[in-house]
Design a protein around this ligand. Sequence first.
Ligand code: DOR
Length: 434
Amino acid sequence: MKPIFITGGRIIDPASNFDDNADILINEGIVEKVEKGLKPPSDAEVIDAAGLVVTPGLIDIHVHLRDPGQEYKEDIKSGTRAAAAGGFTAVAVMANTEPVGDDPSMIHYTYEKAAGEAARVYPLGALTKGLEGKEMAELGRMKNAGAVGFSDDGRPVVNGSIMRNALHYASGINAPVIAHEEDPYLAAGGVMHEGAVSSVLGLKGMPSAAEEAMLARDLLILKLTGGHLHIAHVSTAGSVELVREAKAEGLNVTAEVTPHHLLLTDRLVKNSGYNTNTKVNPPLRTELDRQALWAGLLDDTIDAIASDHAPHHPDDKDVEYDFAPFGIAGLETTLPLMLDEVASGRIKKFTLPLLVKKLTSAPARILNLPGGTIKAGSPADLTIIDLKREFIINPETWYSKSRNTPFTGKRLTGAPVYTIVDGLIKMKEGVVSE
Ligand code: DOR
């Protein structure tokens, strides 16, 4: 394995509060040195990062790779290539596969299939058997097999007693529970946010209360059990407030938000002419919610940004709005969308170091993952970013098998130019290595 020498870049490492120009020497998959004025070893591959930003490898803690069972939508190979193309060195993958990831053999399957691919893959185990919400899955055995957390994502855990037992058990084995907060009775039949726009369009809505009621319940249960509850894809102003209050009370709760909830509203369902790529669960909400999500991200109520990469085949989405599956693919758009927000200055206080924190040290901490920092001795997972690069979202060029994004054609400023995983260059100038 050739050493890699990255010279002249601005290193941003929120975990160690480092933001300065320095050189990095990588050897045998490990960051060996981070110092100013280093000399490259004669056999090293040199990356000239002058004018570029070097960050810890980005980590996406909410990804659906559909493998096994729906490989026509995505598989571990295509999904990790999409991750590397998007600047991510690691992804945590949800258990709503076929069969469901509710058993140690499924955790082993994921690790084995992901070995040597373009990004690291950390499996999340299902919280309940078959995602049915009826019986707790074997969390301990899955944890021993390498599951990094537990979630029925895609579905809520409706039975409060099961959520209580799961949180209690997970806390005993030091694993986070990730909750998809939705009261399925309140949300039943909904295809978009319930509000003025759904009324005008005549589409059945999912009220904000469906998310908030379940979130409030889970926070109350967390008070009983202790443990760590992570809230997936927070989408409403009320949810942000609930998490803020719970944190102020000292509960061990963390939260994530997606780029689409930060950038889009339910008006797009109308303005796009019922484009099914705007159909996602939780749904795109209102401008008021969107503003609240940004406020929550800035004051650290919301810890991390995650894509909720939910790939679907174009044929699945090419149906009437009511019949399309929920989901937006995000691995190849998340970083450029967020970099563009920083570049535009639209959101005051949304700085580059803050963005890097939300995509590196914060997600690493939520799932207790290695990485998320650049220091001597840490795994050599790094992302190099060109803040000036013009980027147009074009799903036809994606490594993902999916095309489902509402952002097609968007012009952005800023893109990843290198993704380095375990000391190997997996993506260079947008091209993922074989
Ligand atoms: O839009 C979504 N799609 N939300 C989810 O919670 C699940 C996901 C999927 O698996 O497609």
